[in-house]
Design a binder for this molecule. Structure first.
Ligand SMILES: [Zn+2]
Length: 79
């Protein structure tokens, strides 16, 4: 006969059920953190109102969402 209490069996079951979920959750959280790292080229700094914003659509010129001014990316190129 197996002499395990019903409550112990439930506790064990919950533990066995939660450990994989915890592992998956931690794994996903790490991946999310990776996704959150933003490319510096998408971070814009308005020269008019000094507002910092994110624009992933434009790469050369973007419109400031605060004052509506155009901001041009300072391209570091020789010439
Ligand atoms: Zn602005």
């Amino acid at each position: 006969m197996i002499s395990i209490d019903f409550s112990n069996a439930i506790a064990l079951g919950i533990l066995l059920f939660l450990i994989p979920i915890l592992c998956v959750w931690l794994f996903h959280r790490k991946q999310k953190d990776k996704d959150l790292t933003l490319d510096p080229k998408f971070i814009w700094f308005c020269s008019i109102c000094t507002y910092t914003y994110i624009n992933t659509k434009e790469e050369v010129i973007s419109v400031c969402p605060r004052c509506g001014c155009y901001n041009k990316r300072e391209v570091t190129s020789s010439g």
